[in-house]
Design a binder for this molecule. Structure first.
Ligand code: ATP
Ligand code: MG
Length: 179
């Protein structure tokens, strides 16, 4: 599919090269539902950047997403100390990175970044450490604290390149609420 999304608008055609969705996540179950809704859009070669401050739910999102990708229950430990955890699916290896403790792109390469790119699926916490390794075509999910006493979260999803039309498909029902 062409990565750009054509929208009819007052008789003209607009082309959109990026798309952003803002979704409130009142409780941890909502974070899980968003991950379950994103999972069918993911394909080999993808990079998902999970961005946001400490404790905003990046690992929680990955923990709900990865079993959907592998098709079986998975223990998904936080890669805070191991830096990367891998999971096999029928079609690709899922690489779950936590780059918090890394200084920059050189250390990311030492973790196997190029292998992850070769047909794998990369799910990346603390993606700012990627620097120039961050691809132009990706899904970024940015998490913020939200709500009274920061009891909930808000996710801002930005899709670029091939993710633009894919994310557009999520707009109708991002948390799978439709009957
Ligand atoms: N929508 C939500 N509302 C309230 N709490 C949430 C929500 N989503 C996740 N949480 C909770 O936030 C806490 C921290 O989550 P998590 O460890 O996934 O954060 P993180 O962003 O990976 O943190 P770190 O920066 O340390 O890697 C967990 O207790 C999780 O259950
Ligand atoms: Mg984490």
């Amino acid at each position: 599919m062409h990565p750009r999304l054509g929208l009819a608008h007052h008789g003209a055609v607009m082309y959109v090269d990026a798309i952003t969705l803002v979704i409130t996540l009142p409780d941890p179950a909502a974070t899980d539902r968003l991950a379950v809704a994103v999972a069918p859009l993911v394909r080999p070669g993808d990079v998902l950047l999970l961005d946001g401050a400490l404790g905003t739910g990046k690992t929680a999102f990955a923990r709900a997403l990865i079993p959907c990708l592998t098709g079986r229950p998975e223990e998904v430990p936080s890669p805070t100390f191991t830096l990367v955890q891998t999971y096999e699916t029928d079609v690709a290896t899922v690489w779950h990175f936590d780059l918090y403790r890394l200084a920059g792109p050189d250390e990311v390469l030492e973790l196997g970044w190029d292998d992850a790119q070769a047909g794998g699926i990369a799910v990346v916490e603390w993606p700012d450490r990627l620097g120039p390794l961050a691809p132009a075509d990706c899904l970024t999910v940015h998490f913020d604290y939200w709500g009274v006493d920061d009891c909930g979260r808000r996710a801002t999803l930005t899709g670029t390149g091939s993710w633009t039309p894919r994310l557009a498909r999520l707009t109708a029902d991002p948390l799978g609420d439709a009957p």
